[in-house]
Design a protein around this ligand. Structure first.
Ligand code: OAD
Length: 231
């Protein structure tokens, strides 16, 4: 029986692919105000500005390539039962070969109807613009979870995390809720690793190993160790 592994990632796993993180120095939230580009209010006030912000993000993602961390995570699937849960809106886990990826905060390469949230489309090309409409004739918005909105995938993410025997948390500041609370749902016995140059112990979390390294360096080494130890 393959062991159950949950890999929970944040912006740091894609940093070495050239995608900006949010809260590091020089990060996106130093260049933009969240309330101007990533809230329902921003969309009501200035949808063109919001679309432009995400058009830029999409162009950066399309140009980027998966790095050694994404690739090592995809390799895990040969040996373990793996569920990736990511806060990232990029598709680098999928492009590295990961098959089961749950996006908590949406996907930059998809759009969704402002009338019927179930109408979700793949964006062809790089841009989503004013005047791009769903099949029912309403404006399309980025398929992104904005601040102040529900996180529909959270329940499924909690279920996977509760069942995990091994939990890898990679490249996240653990500052944004509810996503950050996932770690609290891991069982006491599960073995947990944090990989992030700024990682530190979390009070109340047992069996936690802190690896203060960049993902591209730390993840491939850890993946090799896990295969040696558990397969
Ligand atoms: P943050 O920008 O808050 O945190 C990035 C983390 O990545 C930090 O802890 C860094 O130390 C770490 N880091 C930087 N370079 C790294 C590298 N090469 N390898 C490993 N780690 C590295 O990003 P998130 O925690 O992902 O949500 O942010 C969570 C959410 O806040 C995002 O999903 C986004 C944002 O606002 C929404 O937009 C809804």
């Amino acid at each position: 029986m393959k062991k159950k592994v949950v890999v929970f990632t944040g912006a740091g796993v894609s940093a070495e692919s050239g995608i900006n993180t949010f809260r590091d120095s020089g990060g996106l939230w130093e260049q933009y105000r969240i309330e101007d580009v990533a809230t329902p209010e921003a969309w009501r006030k200035d949808p063109a500005l919001v679309l432009d912000f995400y058009n830029q993000r999409r162009k950066q993602v399309i140009k980027a390539e998966p790095n050694d961390a994404h690739k090592a995570i995809a390799q895990l699937e040969k040996y373990f039962q793996v569920q990736v849960i990511t806060q990232n809106i990029d598709d680098l886990h999928e492009r590295a070969g990961s098959k089961r990826v749950l996006h908590l905060h949406g996907e930059i390469r998809k759009s969704r109807s402002t009338l019927s949230p179930n109408l979700v489309y793949k964006i062809v090309g790089e841009e989503l613009n004013i005047g791009d409409k769903c099949e029912k004739g309403s404006q399309l918005r980025p398929h992104i979870v904005w601040f102040g909105e529900m996180v529909p995938a959270m329940e499924e993410a909690v279920m996977h995390t509760q069942n995990a025997e091994i939990l890898l948390v990679i490249g996240t500041s653990l500052e944004v809720y509810p996503a950050a609370s996932l770690v609290q749902f891991a069982s006491e016995e599960s073995i947990k690793y944090l990989i992030d140059p700024k990682a530190h112990l979390i009070s109340g979390i047992d069996n936690l190993h802190v690896i203060q390294k960049k993902a591209g360096e730390g993840v491939p080494v850890l993946v090799k160790e896990l295969i040696k130890e558990y397969v």
